[in-house]
Design a protein around this ligand. Structure first.
Ligand code: NAP
Length: 261
């Protein structure tokens, strides 16, 4: 069981690796011996990840790059050796209801959360195809299946990513390249931290999850590591929900007299 995952010596690119789930995934992959390149547009956040890696003696390099900038992404990719694993975690949200939302905000969210994921796949997957293997992992969300009101294009972007991942799985399967998405529920990260600063929200959110707490980034990262590994060799085109049971709660939200216990 010492190297159950067999990931030692593999190479990965992780986007959004300066913060939250991307950072957790980069560190978790590095801990099992993967050489990681961390990509983020936020220089300071990226430096924090690299400091954490250095302090723990983990093999992580960093590249500052915005995944919406095709030219910059291509230049960065050209400077890197071929990778075996791509984790797409760079994501954003913009508030707004669908009828009132500024279309620029709609486009901005899709540019990062959907087209950004495709751009990186197009940069890094061809070398995997050439070498006959690789793993693409896209962080989607349970809001792909459960519309998140007031969140503009967010749910639509995540739904589209889950389908894009399946299509990649279909198109690249014959080449030995797998593609899967991971759908987290409530995760406490810098993206969501402001919610938890409001009185009582952390406790109410913990109580809303059957497992009794919202997720940490490493709860999601461990599933990413599994999907990256050959232990998931027959898993492709899948979406793995990692939400502590939160999305099972629909039937519990309506009254059923006589069945309330
Ligand atoms: P986070 O803490 O905000 O981390 C995301 C990182 O991606 C940030 O450093 C961010 O930089 C970076 N980024 C954003 N746009 C980028 C771009 N165009 N190019 C390069 N880097 C960019 O968010 P998180 O909570 O870890 O979320 C990671 C992923 O999980 C996202 O796709 C998110 O939608 C998804 N997710 C999160 C939750 C949750 O509850 N937290 C639940 C389900 C799914 P900036 O700070 O400059 O934006």
């Amino acid at each position: 069981m010492s190297d159950w995952l067999g990931l030692s010596g593999r190479r990965a690119v992780v986007t959004g690796a300066g913060s939250g789930i991307g950072q957790g995934s980069a560190l978790a992959l590095a801990r099992v011996g993967v050489q990681v390149v961390a990509i983020d547009r936020d220089d300071a956040a990226l430096a924090t990840t690299l400091d954490m890696a250095r302090a723990a003696d983990l093999p992580i390099d960093g590249v500052a790059c915005d995944v919406t900038d095709s030219a910059a992404l291509s230049r960065s990719a050209a400077d890197l050796a071929a990778v075996d694993i791509l984790v797409n975690a760079a994501g954003i949200g913009r508030a707004g209801s669908l009828l009132d939302l500024d279309l620029e905000d709609w486009e901005a969210v899709l540019a990062v959360n959907l087209t950004g994921y495709l751009r990186t796949a197009r940069e890094f997957a061809p070398a995997m195809v050439e070498r006959g293997g690789g793993s693409l992992i896209h962080i989607a969300s349970i809001s792909a299946r459960h519309p998140q009101p007031g969140s503009g294009a967010y749910s639509a972007s995540k739904s589209a990513v889950a389908m894009m991942s399946q299509q990649l799985a279909y198109e690249l399967g014959p080449s030995g390249v797998r593609s899967n998405s991971v759908s987290p529920g409530l995760v406490r990260t810098p993206m969501t931290e402001s919610y938890y600063q409001a009185d009582g929200v952390a406790q109410r959110r913990d109580a809303a999850v059957p497992i009794g707490r919202v997720a940490r980034a490493d709860d999601i990262a461990d599933v990413v590591v599994f999907l990256a590994s050959d232990r998931a060799r027959y898993v492709t085109g899948a979406d793995i929900t990692v939400d502590g049971g939160f999305s099972t709660r629909l039937m519990g939200t309506v009254p059923r007299p006589g069945f309330d216990g």
